[in-house]
Design a binder for this molecule. Structure first.
Ligand code: BG6
Length: 469
């Protein structure tokens, strides 16, 4: 059996939504399944003036409901390992108290920032002031990292003053999903795909991530962020890079990150004409079942924030030149799903195409439509689906945060973003933000609970293609 690695896990933003919904339940599940060292200590911090007892009661109330099939005895053991310390991020003295809580014996100190990125720099400075920046420390940064290229670079540069790149773990929880990791395996280990994966054979690629949920209680964050920053800059460009990158010889962290970076750097910047016509932004409006985005809590009534984006991306390299990649994401859509569809060219009978559908969520599935001969004397054809589930129903599926936290504890950076990847992604996104800020393209509307604005359909129909819903 693999020996478990000891750790001190310091969580900033411990009373926040993400901590309660994802981080504590993930730590617990890892503990319950014997994947977390029982000697590991969790030091929770936030601005709230609570003692450890009060904090544990809050975790009991807000986190436990997000745990499926918990075990009371294990939960009680787990919660023993949590202590709480109120910290003002601007108060260097508070960091001194934190440092005193860390044993000099600790050799694996994880500092998880589940806080707004505007506080990352201040918190790192104060950690360094009390000596918590040596090689024992790993810093985990939640997305979005910055609001644009400049703010992302500022954070990366400032953090680099205190921590080496090997100590920094930039989370994109999509990279911790089983289905996303499977993408790499599908491509790398199945030569049938490798030989068809280029502009000679692929007609178009479609990546959709739809949610039926609205902005829930996150109106304030979302209104300042929007779908482009919240989903496209990170999750969707990461999926795109895994679909389109060259598969490296070695599948180690360094080589995979390098391949993704190369791909992100080859995204063809949208010119002015494309910024106006190849990207659609929209916001959900009132429908019979749902309220409008602007009526959500903590959202500005005049808000121009987009809750939906659809765009056509081009990759400027030999492999993908002229193959359109259509990306779209939205909140309050008709259905929740994430999928990639690769459509293949048919040189002879253009109207017949094979679509390889890689369903990422809610289920992890693969399907391919095939045309076969209809049984009978006449030479007629029919369509059939090759379809299968990729998950083993007898094996527990680890949630992304659980896997990623275990990776940090064990020091595996494969599923985390290198700073250059994020900067390359922001370089692509920045001109879009500027174009929108200058009001150079309209904000469209779609009824909440629908398939999005009609303009998104026109975007793809212009090329003679269709979205697959
Ligand atoms: C988060 C976004 O990163 O991803 C949320 O901030 C979004 O707005 C969420 O709802 C979607 O994640 P998942 O795993 O539910 O697809």
């Amino acid at each position: 059996m693999q020996s478990l690695v000891d750790f001190d896990f310091i969580l900033f933003g411990a009373t926040g939504d993400l901590a309660m919904r994802k981080i504590f339940p993930s730590l617990y599940k890892a503990y319950e399944n014997g994947l977390l060292s029982p000697k590991g200590r969790i030091i929770a911090t936030s601005r709230s003036k609570l003692d450890s007892h009060e904090f544990k009661k809050a975790v009991e109330l807000k986190s436990k409901i997000h745990i499926k099939k918990g075990n009371q005895k294990k939960w009680e053991e787990f919660i023993q390992n949590i202590s709480y310390l109120p910290i003002e991020l601007t108060q260097a003295d508070d960091f001194k108290m934190l440092q005193e809580k860390i044993s000099t014996q600790s050799s694996n100190i994880i500092v998880y920032f589940s806080i707004s990125p505007e506080f990352f720099i201040q918190a790192c400075r104060n950690l360094a002031l009390v000596g918590l920046s040596d090689e024992r420390v790993k810093i985990v940064l939640e997305k979005p990292l910055g609001m644009d290229l400049k703010s992302c670079q500022d954070i990366n540069n400032e953090i680099a003053k205190y921590y080496k790149e090997e100590q920094v773990y930039r989370i994109d929880h999509y990279l911790g999903k089983e289905s996303i990791q499977n993408l790499l395996v599908l491509r790398a280990f199945n030569p049938v795909f490798a030989s068809l994966w280029d502009r000679k054979h692929v007609k178009s690629v479609e990546i959709s991530v739809f949610e039926t949920l609205g902005v829930e209680s996150r109106g304030e964050f979302y209104d300042a962020t929007g779908a482009l920053r919240d989903m496209v800059q990170n999750h969707i460009l990461q999926i795109l890079s895994l679909v389109a990158m060259d598969i490296p010889q070695n599948l180690d962290a360094h080589s995979i990150r390098k391949a993704k970076l190369k791909l992100l750097k080859s995204l063809k910047p949208l010119n002015d004409e494309e910024l106006s016509h190849r990207i659609i932004r929209a916001q959900y409006s009132k429908s019979a079942d749902f309220k409008a985005y602007i009526d959500e809590d903590y959202v500005n009534k005049q808000s121009q924030t987009e809750t939906f984006v659809a765009l056509r991306v081009q990759i400027a390299n030999e492999k993908w030149d002229n193959v359109p990649f259509y990306l779209r994401t939205g909140k309050r859509m008709a259905e929740s799903f994430a999928q990639i569809i690769i459509s293949f060219k048919n040189e002879h009978l253009k109207e017949y195409t094979n679509h390889l559908t890689i369903r990422l969520q809610p289920d992890n599935q693969l399907s391919l439509n095939l045309r076969i001969k209809k049984t009978g004397r006449a030479m007629q054809t029919d369509e059939r689906m090759l379809h299968f589930n990729l998950d083993n129903p007898f094996i527990r599926i680890m949630q992304p945060y659980e896997r990623l936290i275990l990776d940090v504890i064990e020091g595996n950076q494969t599923c985390f973003n290198h700073k250059e990847e994020l900067e390359a992604a922001w370089s692509y996104i920045d001109p879009i933000l500027h174009h929108w800020q200058a009001n150079k393209s309209p904000l469209f509307y779609y009824p909440a609970g629908s398939w999005g604005p009609s303009e998104a359909f026109k975007l793809i129909q212009k090329d003679g293609n269709e979205w697959h819903n």
